[in-house]
Ligand binder design. Structure first.
Ligand code: S3P
Length: 428
């Protein structure tokens, strides 16, 4: 696609939006629908490229999935309903698809072959392939199972006792999904709390899983039953408009029905810490996933330090938080975020390099970045580098720019937010 000219010099944003369904929960709704017994109905499913890759993989594994405009019907026949595919399973750009799928396939007594796009080819898979091999799966791949293409022959699994070397919900979830197929009780220990959508899904589908201070235990052989799932709005998508509302003058934006799972709300904590006028106006008391409306107004912001156990609660929001920090008085320091280097791009490099092009004062460190505010943003040609969240962050940055801004590789945005630009236009 050609360069996209972004809107600049915006003096006000106002209105109300329902951001699309949560990406993490949408993936899991297809996966759990596929391994449960019966027909699962999903509403507000995110039709982003990543979640469509998950649907395509499960169809290739023999699951009947019907889609209409607003609903998805998944006809599951338990783990044993999955069948060997005569095609390669292509996960596209989706790390969640490949890592969780490997956990499911580890217990299936057949051969599968998995690939993804250029970015997936650079993302580390040993973090899942090593523990899954320990449980009994036979896995191979480029550089000894470290990178795609990856092949897996699953089978009878032993339970695992495993301390995660990195705080990763994808790794935790892959091991839980394998643990559901093992003979006995698996124990997974997290170094810091990560998103718990997999655990909530298991309970929603009638299964049992315990989490006592980061020690997660799950038994194999549980029978899961089909459910009706309504996917809440994605706080990681809402994040772009939370920041836009805070940094564009004269703004007030209402974001409706946003998922407020406490393992995902780090951005709200940080924005409040920085002085943002942010209000949550209605909390749903759904035990599956909490939901609420969020109001954001133009705010006077100050720099802060973001580190430690907060990082996993806002890991995907760091690109947009970096932009927020360019508009705060004083320095913002982001630490303990090495994981950014193995996301869809190396997000320490892409955030720092692209924001610099627009005039920000920002420097990379070994485990994060330092942003010095407040700086006026100018303009220029920037690139998403094929990373959806970098593309959206730069589109919000452009709103503040005085000069023209062109975005290369804007199509990446459809990975998680296909109607991002029409939503943005509706607020201008
Ligand atoms: C996700 C977990 C996180 C997050 C990703 C989605 C998930 O990745 O960055 O966008 O749905 O489990 P890690 O597990 O690599 O931290």
């Amino acid at each position: 696609m050609a360069l996209l000219t972004l809107k600049t010099n915006i003096k006000k944003l106002s209105g109300e939006l329902s951001v699309p369904g949560d990406k993490s929960i949408s993936h899991r709704s297809v996966m759990f629908g596929s391994i449960a017994h019966g027909q699962t109905r999903v509403t507000n499913f995110l039709p982003g490229d990543d979640c469509l890759s998950t649907i395509s993989c499960f169809r290739k594994l023999g699951v009947m999935i019907e889609e209409n405009e607003n609903e998805l019907f998944i006809n599951g026949n338990g783990f044993s309903g999955l069948k060997e595919s005569n095609e390669i399973l292509d996960v596209g750009n989706s790390g969640t698809t490949i890592r969780l799928l490997l956990g499911i396939l580890a217990g299936r007594p057949f051969f599968s072959s998995l690939i993804g796009d250029h970015s997936i080819g650079k993302r580390p898979m040993t973090r899942v392939t090593a523990p899954l091999a320990k449980m009994g799966a036979v896995i191979d791949g480029r550089e000894n199972g470290s990178f795609t293409p990856i092949s897996i022959r699953g089978g009878k699994l032993s339970p695992i006792q495993y301390e995660l070397p990195v705080a990763s919900a994808q790794v935790k979830s892959a091991l839980i999904l394998a643990g559901l197929q093992a003979e006995g009780v698996s124990t997974i220990i997290e170094p810091a709390a990560t998103r718990d959508h997999t655990e909530r899904m298991i309970r929603k589908f009638g299964g049992e899983i315990q989490n006592e201070n980061g020690v997660i235990t799950v038994s194999g052989g549980q029978r899961l039953t089909a459910q009706s799932i309504h996917v809440p709005g994605d706080i990681s998508s809402a994040a772009f408009f939370l920041v836009a509302g805070a940094i564009i003058p004269n703004s007030e934006i209402v974001l409706k029905n946003v998922g407020l799972n406490p393992t995902r709300t780090g951005i709200i904590e940080v924005m409040r810490q920085m002085g943002a006028k942010i209000e949550i106006i209605s909390m749903g008391d759904d035990s599956f996933e909490p939901v609420g409306d969020i109001v954001i107004k133009t705010s006077n912001l100050k720099g802060t330090v973001i580190e430690g156990e907060l990082i996993p609660k806002l890991i995907d929001e760091i690109p947009i938080i970096a932009l927020l920090a360019t508009q705060a008085e004083g320095d913002t320091l982001i630490k303990d975020a090495e994981e950014l280097k193995v996301k869809e791009t190396n997000r320490i490099d892409t955030v720092v390099n692209e924001l610099k092009k627009l005039g920000a004062s920002i420097e990379a460190t070994d485990d994060g970045m330092i942003i010095r505010g407040k700086t006026a943003l100018t303009g220029g040609t920037v690139s998403s580098h094929g990373d959806h969240r970098i593309g959206m962050m730069l589109s919000i940055a452009a709103l503040l720019c005085e000069n023209e801004v062109s975005l290369d590789e804007p199509e990446a945005i459809s990975v998680s937010y296909p109607n991002f630009f029409s939503h943005l236009d509706s607020l201008i």
